[in-house]
Design a protein around this ligand. Structure first.
Ligand code: PEP
Length: 253
């Protein structure tokens, strides 16, 4: 049975003290009212070690938002997968559309990052999704397939079992414009069939595919109710404990 997951992506928000306070608040809220799904928060690098200290690791997973495409050495300002792992984090987001668009992360670079993250024992939340022009030209399936092929299709099925996919239509990220539950389901089903063709039926059945893009407490339940949607990757709404918990609670009856 594949996992139901709600993951938060804090992006470049909250200073260290604010981040620790939010993590502490969330940990208390989920201790008092246990979630029905796996919960992960992905934070800026500098928050990781401090946030790890305040989280109950059995209740909330911790991840980074990126890692380097190199092992170690003279790469000023970079943070390696091994460093991320050493903070206590278990996850890393890779391929977020903001990294692809603003930092020039190509399929090849992402392939290196994925390999290093997996080699260091991190689970990868790998983001894919089309921009508005591609959706308007009805090219979303080919775009998403090429993103999967370009960075993940050299993995073994064993390596692939540590990948979580996040379908994030770029036109829905931070815009308040959510994909309809039907649009999400249609794409998630396509992604799962693409994974089945490459890695087999079992891998496709087991991979969690999260939806991301302006997900809120008010729309999470309808989106998560779709058979191929296994949870969400949450940006803006992950920055307030009540909103994030509202989305986590969408998994409750
Ligand atoms: C994201 O950036 O991963 C995201 C889903 O952002 P938001 O929820 O703010 O649209």
């Amino acid at each position: 049975m594949r996992k139901k997951i709600v993951a938060g992506n804090w992006k470049m928000n909250l200073n260290l003290q604010e981040g620790v306070a939010l993590a502490t608040e969330l940990n208390a809220a989920l201790t008092a009212d246990k979630p029905n799904c796996d919960v992960v928060i992905c934070t800026p690098f500098i928050h990781l070690a401090s946030v790890a200290n305040v989280l109950d690791a059995n209740l909330i997973g911790l991840g980074a938002e990126n890692c380097a495409d190199k092992v170690s050495g003279a790469y000023t300002g970079e943070v390696s997968a091994a460093m991320v792992k050493s903070t206590g984090a278990q996850y890393v987001i890779l391929g977020h559309s903001e990294r692809r668009a603003y930092y020039g992360e190509t399929a090849e670079i992402l392939k290196e990052k994925v390999n290093l993250a997996l080699a260091n024992g991190l689970k990868v939340i790998f983001c894919i999704g089309e921009v508005l022009e591609e959706r308007e030209a009805e090219k979303q399936n080919e775009v998403v397939k090429a993103q999967l092929e370009g960075s993940l299709f050299d993995l073994t099925a064993e390596q692939f079992s540590n990948i979580i996919l996040a379908y994030e239509p770029v036109w829905a990220i931070g815009t308040g414009k959510t994909a309809t539950a039907e649009q999400a389901e249609e794409m998630h089903a396509f992604i799962r069939s693409t994974i089945a063709d490459k890695f087999g039926a079992e891998a496709a059945e087991n991979v969690s595919i999260l939806y991301g893009g302006s997900c809120k407490p008010s729309n999470a339940k309808e989106i998560f109710a779709k058979p191929n949607v296994d949870g969400g990757l949450i940006g803006g709404a992950a920055l307030k404990c009540a909103d994030f918990k509202g989305i986590i609670d969408a998994w409750k009856a």
